[in-house]
Design a protein around this ligand. Structure first.
Ligand code: ADP
Ligand code: MG
Length: 444
């Protein structure tokens, strides 16, 4: 059999489907498709972007991933650089030094995931404070720090932020950050090459060990065993351990009891689902970072419509900005709705207000007529607020329309209800569960 090494250009072409798959049609069309192969500059793949804006955006957001994908097919270190296409814009034909070349642990840290870029709100306040404490304090604060929460709520961002901050405040500390998946991969490899001593040395000689997405080793017994010993060895030497997962230690599936119990020894901090305020704050921060002025109305619209997770929220904003930039038009509510039609349709479950009122009343054992009545007793007022909240989230009705449907109430009453419910959700687990359940029954 004969193997030929593909040129960087061919490799670039061959990772396109993967990029399309990972980032989705919208992002791909806006940012990646406009790039073209420029040259192979001493092993550095140089791509040409149509504008400086696209160049910067791609560098900050996708270049790392591109490099990782290309690395798979190459023995030597691959660099990716992006330049502005000189045929379109001559004076901008400057090659910016690659931002991807961060030494040691920095190499697997995302440049954007810093504390400065993390927007703090009620749902992530505790996790953020704990993360800062661990990163900045002189001694071991809590061991381990265990961060958990749903997909796309900022766990990895906080982990990277801790690592960056330690690098800054305590540059001498040896930090290892890796996903549980990588940990397992390295462990299995060490076993195969009979190199477990080096493996153990490597992990047991660090000052800070950070493992992301630890749920991954659920059911992987020997990896858990090794992790458990590493964990104990480090704790014994008073070294800091920081873990993230999608569930609390006690809820982790396929995890040994003794490990679960150990993981819960230090500080367990959960990140709650985002509230409207936090989503708005994040959107404002992102728009500002990108140096684009987006009308407040558009941000409010996105914050109320895209409530699933921060990753989707960011994706939506990026698309809106990309579209406006590429077609050279201002961002308005209309263009936003247009650009995000498919995404909004997916979020638009076509639930009616009547259904919501009926289901919520049923759930809380009150009468449907109480949804319209002026009664303010807590027993009916709270379910009514929940119903208003769900209407805001699940339908495209405006606040005044919702008010009218709830016994002719004012739109400020509806807004108050929405905020109230979000506050309660951040504080009480039961209400989160109620809403989750209701949402699910309504959506199916
Ligand atoms: P997780 O690891 O919990 O699945 P990530 O940390 O990867 O989620 O976050 C997904 C995206 O959302 C990232 O781009 C991250 O920067 C962004 N993000 C999440 N929470 C925040 C926040 N509070 N402020 C700013 N960006 C956030
Ligand atoms: Mg993550």
């Amino acid at each position: 059999m004969e193997y030929t090494l593909k040129s960087l250009e061919e490799q670039w072409n061959s990772i396109q489907p993967q990029l399309l798959d990972e980032y989705g049609e919208g992002t791909y069309t806006s940012w990646i498709k406009p790039l073209s192969f420029y040259d192979n500059h001493n092993g550095c793949l140089r791509l040409a972007a149509p504008t400086a804006f696209v160049r910067d955006w791609v560098k900050n957001n996708y270049a790392n991933r591109m490099r990782t994908l290309l690395q798979g097919a190459n023995l030597n270190e691959v660099q990716v650089d992006i330049i502005v296409n000189p045929t379109q814009n001559k004076q901008e034909n400057t090659t910016i030094p690659s931002v991807l070349d961060v030494p040691d642990i920095g190499s697997n840290l995302d440049l954007r995931f810093t504390f400065e870029n993390f927007v703090v709100g009620q749902p992530n306040e505790l996790a953020h404070a704990a993360a800062r404490k661990v990163a900045e304090s002189e001694s071991v604060a809590f061991n381990p720090l265990f961060l958990y929460g749903g997909v796309g709520l900022g766990k990895t961002h906080l982990m990277h932020a801790i690592a960056w901050q330690i690098k800054k405040c305590h540059p001498k500390r040896r930090v290892i950050y890796l996903s549980a998946e990588k940990f397992m991969y390295q462990f299995v490899r060490a076993l195969r090459f009979k190199d477990t001593v080096a493996f153990k040395d490597q992990f047991r000689s660090v000052d800070v060990l950070m493992i992301d997405d630890v749920q991954f080793i659920g059911g992987k017994e020997s990896t858990q065993e090794e992790f458990f010993h590493t964990f104990n060895a480090l704790v014994d030497q008073n070294r800091q351990i920081i873990i993230s997962a999608d569930k609390s230690p006690s809820d982790l599936e396929g995890m040994e009891e003794r490990l679960k119990s150990r993981l819960g020894w230090g500080l367990v901090a959960d990140i709650h689902p985002t509230t409207y305020e936090l989503r708005l704050g994040i959107l404002q921060a992102k728009a500002e970072q990108m140096g684009v002025s987006v009308p407040e109305k558009v941000l409010e619209f996105l914050a109320s419509k895209i409530s699933s997770n921060v990753r989707e929220l960011e994706g939506a904003l990026t698309r809106v900005i990309a579209h406006a930039t590429l077609v050279g038009r201002a961002i308005t509510l209309d263009t936003t709705q247009d650009v995000l039609r498919d995404l909004l349709r997916a979020n638009d479950r076509r639930v009616t207000i009547d259904e919501i009122q009926k289901k919520v009343a049923e759930y809380y054992s009150i009468r449907v007529s109480d949804m319209h009545s002026p009664r303010r007793a807590r027993a009916v007022a709270r379910p009514r607020q929940v119903a208003m909240y769900l209407t805001k989230i699940l339908t495209t009705r405006s606040l005044p329309e919702i008010g009218r449907k709830f016994g002719g109430r004012d739109h400020t009453t509806v807004l108050h209800a929405v905020k109230k419910v979000e506050e309660l959700m951040a504080e009480e687990k039961t209400i989160c569960e109620d809403i989750e359940l209701l949402r699910r029954t309504l959506e199916t």
